[in-house]
Ligand binder design. Structure first.
Ligand SMILES: Cc1ncc(COP(=O)(O)O)c(C=O)c1O
Length: 427
């Protein structure tokens, strides 16, 4: 699952103790395991090898340049959703031809930036966007490629904020309209729309929604091909799960066993866009206990990380396992759960210092009694952790550290108060 393991009652990332990292960079800080990142990428590549897919790591999940670089060196392309992510991907050494660009609101400036860079694929989310892209490619006389994002109306059985392939969603075009759109727009001198794209949500902890979506879109492709339209590429998106608790998500080989047989004789170039399944278990957020506060109703463990550092619990009521980085003998939790089966645990709300009641990492969580100054690890925080962080409450963003074996590298310094105001000061 990951390389964050307790040794002699102390949490390590690969070969380095978390306490050692905190001595150097302070808290809160994100710590990532390079080997876990690369292993997760390779597992997906190996499991799907029969399809020889282009694996475009989804930059939004964890966008640090050094992490993107690591994955680009392992062979990944990138899934981007803004000009900023495209810029990041290129700065990380990514090949624009191995990048796909989704998003319902691409601006003309972003489209021009992508055309200048030689982007691999635009993933088109609507007819007005398609018409605009056709217009710009024709004006500039630049040949480019596009895949029409299909909304197959499938329930991925995840949080409503991260379900993206149901009828009411803002993403893609309804599958019922896709044929008419391809037929009307496929023939164009500059925009080759020979691909289809799916991304139905995240995290999807079963294979059924993927099977259903792929089967639906393959039927659509079949029909289009019979009518003489060329469809050579299918981007199946991201959405594989991660282990926030133990064995919560199918492993790559399970996803592949369900999906590869559907796709292997399709004659399609397959693109994948995994993010969470690569990054989530590869990172933790380390925070320090500031106070233990007991009220009549509840006990609070007040920590120095806040919802500005990790917003997933506040935004999606997401579960993250939390545990001290140094533990007493026998207090290693057998599984990452809300209430590990261990003695003398106390029930806490684990909260941050931000002026919002939603600034809570865990409600009614059973932990060993907390002590001021103690370090806690918030696990499975590598995806949609730092990349969704903010400076809310004028809190400088956390440091990020990448560990590989026994080597530790600061890959983003902790922000300063100067960083908080520098874009606002004009002299
Ligand atoms: C278009 C697209 N592709 C890929 C992803 C990555 O999804 P995940 O991190 O669940 O793999 C997302 C996430 O929102 C997305 O919107």
């Amino acid at each position: 699952m990951d390389l964050f393991q307790y040794r002699n009652n102390e949490l390590f990332c690969e070969e380095v103790s978390i306490e050692q990292i905190v001595r150097d960079v302070g808290t809160p800080c994100y710590v990532y395991s390079a080997s876990t990142l690369v292993n997760h990428y390779k597992r997906i590549a190996d499991a799907f090898a029969e399809l020889d897919p282009l694996i475009c790591y989804s930059i939004k999940s964890c966008s640090n340049l050094h992490i993107c670089k690591l994955l680009a060196s392992a062979g990944a392309g990138f899934d981007v959703v803004s000009g900023g992510e495209l810029y990041r991907g290129i700065q990380a050494g990514g090949d624009p031809a191995k990048m796909v660009y989704a998003g319902v609101g691409k601006t003309d400036a972003e489209i021009n930036q992508a055309l200048d860079a030689g982007l691999g694929w635009f993933n088109i989310e609507s007819v007005p966007e398609l018409e605009n892209l056709q217009k710009i490619t024709a004006q500039r006389k630049i040949v480019s490629r596009a895949a029409l994002r299909i909304n197959p109306d499938i329930d991925p059985k995840t949080h409503r904020y991260t379900a993206t392939g149901k009828k009411h969603s803002k993403f893609g075009v309804a599958i019922e309209r896709a044929e008419e759109i391809v037929k009307k727009y496929a023939k164009h001198d500059y925009l080759r729309m020979t691909g289809l794209h799916l991304h139905i949500g995240s995290p999807i902890n079963s294979t059924e929604p993927f099977i259903e979506a792929i089967e639906k879109v393959l039927r659509l492709i079949d029909g289009l091909r019979k009518d003489g339209f060329e469809i050579d590429t299918l981007d199946i998106g991201g959405g594989f799960g991660a282990d926030y608790t133990k064995d919560q998500s199918p492993v790559s080989t399970t996803y592949a066993a369900a999906m590869v047989p559907l796709l292997k004789n399709s004659g399609l170039k397959i693109i994948m866009e995994p993010g969470r399944s690569i990054a989530a278990n590869s990172g933790i957020l380390v925070t320090q206990v500031l106070f233990e506060k007991d009220s009549e109703e509840k006990s609070f463990a007040i920590v120095d990380a806040g919802m500005n550092d990790l917003i997933r619990p506040a935004l999606y009521e997401a579960f993250h396992f939390i545990w001290p980085t140094k533990i007493a003998q026998g207090m290693l939790p057998p599984v990452r759960s809300e209430r590990p089966d261990l003695p003398n645990l106390k029930k806490y709300d684990v909260v941050g210092p931000i002026c919002e009641s939603g600034d809570c990492f865990a409600h009614d969580r059973y932990l060993p009694r907390v002590n001021r100054g103690e370090l806690m690890a918030i696990f499975t925080a590598g995806a949609y952790g730092f990349s969704m962080s903010s400076q809310y409450n004028s809190r400088p963003r956390a440091a990020e550290v990448l560990v590989q074996g026994n080597l530790t590298r600061l890959i983003r310094r902790r922000e300063t108060y100067q960083d908080l105001i520098q874009a606002e000061v004009f002299e």
